[in-house]
Design a protein around this ligand. Structure first.
Ligand SMILES: Cc1cc2nc3c(=O)[nH]c(=O)nc-3n(C[C@H](O)[C@H](O)[C@H](O)COP(=O)(O)OP(=O)(O)OC[C@H]3O[C@@H](n4cnc5c(N)ncnc54)[C@H](O)[C@@H]3O)c2cc1C
Length: 396
C-alpha cells in the first residue's frame, strides 16, 4: 500500500485500544472514536488467562503490568459455609503452557494500553450513529453530524454495537444468562489468600474473590434473580441472595461501597456468520460477546486486534486481509463463546443435567476441568507459539 492505511476504530474499550496499538505498530493511520466524554475503565477487575497474557506481551504492555499483577498459585472452590470443595494448581497450568495468568485491575490494563498511544488519536465524546461505505472508502457518522472518512472501519463498540447492524443487518441475537454485582474493596479485609482465586459456589450462586494488587480485591457476586433490581439498593439485594453464607461473603456484602458496585445483566451473542462487510470489520464484544465464566472476552478482543494487524500487514489489499481475519477468527471465537455458555449453564445451575455433571466433577479429585479448558483455549489460539524470550512488541 503506497500511503498509510487510514483506519477509524469505534470504541475505546479493551478491543478498540488494543486494535489502535496493534495497527499503529504496522504503520496505519488510526483514529479512535469513543462516545464517553472521558476514558474510565469499565468494570473493576479482570483475569487475563495465559492466552490473554500472551496478548499483553505481543502488544508490548506486559512489562509494566507484571510489576503490579499478583502471582496466582491456585483456584479454590468453597461452598457457602466456606468449606473447601476443590483446589486446583495454577502452577500446573503455567508450567503446561509456559505463561502465567495476569489478574489485573481494569484501570491498570487501560493505563498500560493508553501508555502505548498518542492521546491525540482518541476522540472523546462522539458516538457513532451510522456507517456509510462505497468503493472509495468508509465514513463514520457521529451524533453531532461529523463524518470521519477512512479506508477501513473497525467496530469495537461493545456488546450493544451500533456498527454490528452494518454487518449483520440486525439479525444478531443477545441471550441473557445471569446477573452479576462487581467492584473492588480493600484486600486488607482478608477474604482470600493473596495467591488464590477463590470461588464460593452453592445453589446456582457464585462469589468470586481475586487479588489484583495494590491492596485491591476484585469481587463479583453472580445469581439469577427473578425480577428487577431491589429499590433499596445493592447491599439489600445481596443480603437477600447471600443470606446465611460464610463470614467472608457476609463481610464483603457489608464492606462494599454501594456507589461503586455495578449491577450488570450478563448476556452473550449468538455466533455471527461473518465479522466483515466490505470495509467494516468487527472485533471484541461487538463481534462475539461471551459470558465471563471462562474469563475470555478481553483476551479474545486482544487476539482479534493482533490477528487483524497481522493480516493487514501481510496482504496487499484490504479485502483479502479482512477475509483472512474473518476466516481465522470465526471458528476460534465461536468455540470459546459456546464453551463458555455451556460452562455458565452448568456452574450456575441454569441447566440441571450439566449442573449435576459439573458438581460431580468438582468433587472428583482427578478433575481439573476449568484449568484443562484454559490449556485447550490457549493451545488453540493464535499466540500459543509466541516466543517467551522475544522482546515485547506486536506479533506480525
Ligand atoms: C462481569 C464480567 C467479567 C469479565 N471478566 C473477564 C475476565 O476475567 N477475562 C477476560 O478476558 N474478559 C473478561 N470479561 C470480558 C471483557 O470485559 C470484555 O470482553 C471486553 O471488555 C470487551 O472489550 P470491547 O472493547 O470489545 O468492548 P467494551 O469494553 O464494551 O468497549 C466498547 C467501547 O465502545 C464505546 N462505544 C459503544 N458504543 C459506541 C458508539 N456508538 N460510538 C462510540 N463509542 C461507542 C463504549 O463506551 C466502550 O468504551 C468480563 C466481562 C464481564 C461482563
Amino acid at each position: 500500500m503506497s500511503r498509510p492505511l487510514r483506519v477509524t476504530i469505534i470504541g475505546a474499550g479493551i478491543g478498540g485500544l488494543s486494535a489502535a496499538v496493534a495497527l499503529r505498530k504496522i504503520g496505519a493511520d488510526v483514529t479512535v472514536v469513543e462516545r464517553a466524554p472521558e476514558l474510565r475503565a469499565a468494570g473493576a477487575g479482570i483475569c487475563m488467562w495465559p492466552n490473554g497474557a500472551q496478548a499483553l506481551h505481543a502488544l508490548g504492555i506486559a512489562n509494566p503490568l507484571e510489576m503490579v499483577s499478583p502471582i496466582l498459585h491456585r483456584v479454590c472452590y468453597r461452598d457457602q459455609h466456606g468449606r473447601v470443595i476443590r483446589e486446583m494448581s495454577i502452577d500446573k497450568l503455567t508450567e503446561l503452557v509456559g505463561q502465567r495468568p495476569f489478574p489485573l485491575a481494569r484501570s491498570d490494563l487501560q493505563a498500560a494500553l493508553l501508555s502505548r498511544l498518542d492521546p491525540a488519536l482518541v476522540r472523546l465524546g462522539g458516538a457513532c450513529v451510522s456507517v456509510e461505505q462505497d468503493a472509495n472508502g468508509v465514513r463514520a457518522v457521529l451524533d453531532d453530524g461529523t463524518e470521519i472518512a477512512s479506508d477501513l472501519l473497525v467496530g469495537a463498540d461493545g456488546i450493544r454495537s451500533v456498527v454490528r447492524n452494518h454487518v449483520t443487518g440486525g439479525t444478531d441475537r443477545l441471550r441473557y444468562h445471569y446477573t452479576t454485582w462487581l467492584g473492588l474493596v480493600s484486600f486488607g479485609l482478608n477474604l482470600t489468600p493473596p495467591d488464590t482465586f477463590t470461588f464460593h459456589v452453592q445453589d446456582s450462586k457464585r462469589v468470586g474473590l481475586l487479588n489484583v494488587g495494590d491492596d485491591r480485591l476484585y469481587f463479583f457476586f453472580d445469581a439469577v434473580p427473578s425480577g428487577e433490581a431491589n429499590p433499596d439498593g445493592v447491599r439489600a439485594e445481596l443480603r437477600h441472595h447471600f443470606d446465611g453464607w460464610c463470614s467472608e461473603v457476609t463481610t464483603l456484602v457489608e464492606a462494599l461501597d454501594e456507589a461503586k458496585t455495578n449491577r450488570l445483566p450478563v448476556h452473550d451473542l449468538d455466533p455471527l456468520a461473518s465479522f466483515v462487510n466490505g470495509r467494516i470489520v468487527l472485533i471484541g464484544d461487538a463481534a462475539h460477546a461471551t459470558t465471563p465464566t471462562l474469563g475470555q472476552g478481553g483476551a479474545l478482543a486482544m487476539e482479534d486486534s493482533l490477528v487483524l494487524a497481522r493480516h493487514l500487514a501481510e496482504s496487499t489489499d484490504y479485502g483479502s486481509a479482512l477475509a483472512s481475519y474473518d476466516n481465522e477468527r470465526l471458528m476460534r471465537t465461536r468455540q470459546v463463546v459456546l464453551a463458555s455458555r455451556a460452562r455458565t449453564a452448568a456452574t450456575l445451575g441454569i441447566d440441571n443435567t450439566s449442573a449435576q455433571t459439573w458438581q460431580k466433577q468438582l468433587t472428583d479429585d482427578a478433575s481439573q476441568d476449568f484449568l484443562e479448558q484454559l490449556v485447550d483455549i490457549h493451545r488453540a489460539g493464535p499466540l500459543a507459539a509466541w516466543p517467551h524470550d522475544r522482546q515485547e512488541g506486536v506479533a506480525t
